[in-house]
Design a protein around this ligand. Structure first.
Ligand SMILES: [Zn+2]
Length: 326
């Protein structure tokens, strides 16, 4: 039988920082992080996003500087979101050869060939109605949207993207992207699928950042209901069967149970997206003196890794990498 108090004293292993380090189960590293960035047209543009202090709209040249800084801190990857020059009904700039993401990919890969450049693949930043697909008879039409999303993924890969990450939650898009990439000679480009993406209030600040608030309705017709966990496992399973190489749970903090369940069930690398609202909450509380920013950020990121994520996509990446080096 296992020993109990007073023979067993749990506090013995908490005695000093050195002992605590020795028995620590979860260790964060800058290598765990993907740093998301918002790229916009122009030159020398670096415009702070008001709801996300420390995050910016960056022109391609500034995005290169930002990626350089991330790389110097040991962060291996960036994730790009595009702010197009013009929006339309079918999100044309998402798959334009000289679209803003395509330009930024070329600029970053040209300057920093070692940096892993991941691109968000969706239509919502590029459509004038703000939905993740095309609208037919007042609703988001799945199969036509999937065609355009696959086209965007191929154009990102052609520009030099290392990984494409579809975030739209249409049915069948992972399979369609895999097929399109392979047909386009891009069979070595992996897909990181936003497999379990919830219709979350925590995306709020991002929509300001990306200008992608739906102009009518909401995204509950394609993103998942926050109440469902088993359905998330089905979504993940489907994406794996369609050829996803990395699966993602988004958001992270309110869905740690989903990350943990996915970890138990699947052996693929799991990414978790520590989303804009999670970031802004801590930033706002820290600015008001209500929370210690460094401790609360590190505790949050540690919880995501402890839940089972291999990869953490986070706006805190640069700060956290700096703190991990101290
Ligand atoms: Zn979208």
């Amino acid at each position: 039988m296992a020993a109990t108090y007073p023979i067993l004293r749990m506090r013995r292993l908490r005695k000093t920082e050195a002992v605590r380090q020795l028995v620590r189960e979860t260790a964060l590293s800058p290598q765990d992080f993907i740093y998301p960035m918002f790229v916009t047209h122009g030159k020398g543009v670096r415009r702070e996003i008001s709801a996300m202090p420390g995050c910016y709209h960056l022109s391609p040249d500034e995005a290169v500087r930002e990626a350089q800084e991330a790389q110097s801190l040991g962060i291996p990857a960036v994730l790009l979101f595009g702010i197009p020059a013009q929006k339309d009904g079918v999100g044309s700039e998402a798959y334009a050869e000289n679209g803003i993401v395509q330009q930024a990919v070329r600029a970053i890969k040209g300057a920093l060939p070692e940096m892993v450049v991941v691109t968000d693949v969706c239509l919502c930043e590029y459509t004038d109605h703000g939905h993740c697909g095309v609208i037919v008879d007042g609703h988001v039409e799945n199969d036509r949207s999937v065609e355009l999303i696959a086209k965007a993924a191929v154009s990102h890969a052609k520009a030099g993207a290392d990984i494409v990450a579809p975030s739209d939650m249409m049915d069948g898009r992972v399979g369609a992207i895999r097929k399109a990439l392979d047909a386009g000679g891009q069979s070595n480009v992996p897909i990181m699928s936003y497999a379990a993406k919830y219709a979350s209030a925590f995306f709020g600040p991002f929509r300001e950042a990306a200008g992608s608030t739906p102009q009518f309705g909401d995204r509950r017709g394609y993103q998942m209901d926050p109440a469902n966990a088993r359905e998330a496992l089905r979504e993940i399973e489907l994406d794996i069967s369609e050829g996803a190489d990395i699966i993602m749970v988004k958001p992270a903090l309110a869905y740690l149970d989903i990350i943990a369940r996915a970890r138990q069930r699947f052996d693929l690398p799991i990414a978790a997206y520590n989303v804009s609202g999670e970031y802004s909450m801590l930033k706002a509380a820290a600015r008001n003196g209500w929370l210690d920013e460094r401790r609360s950020v590190m505790e949050t990121l540690t919880s995501i890794k402890r839940a089972g994520a291999d990869i953490i996509i986070t706006y805190h990446a640069k700060d956290a990498a700096r703190w991990l080096r101290e």
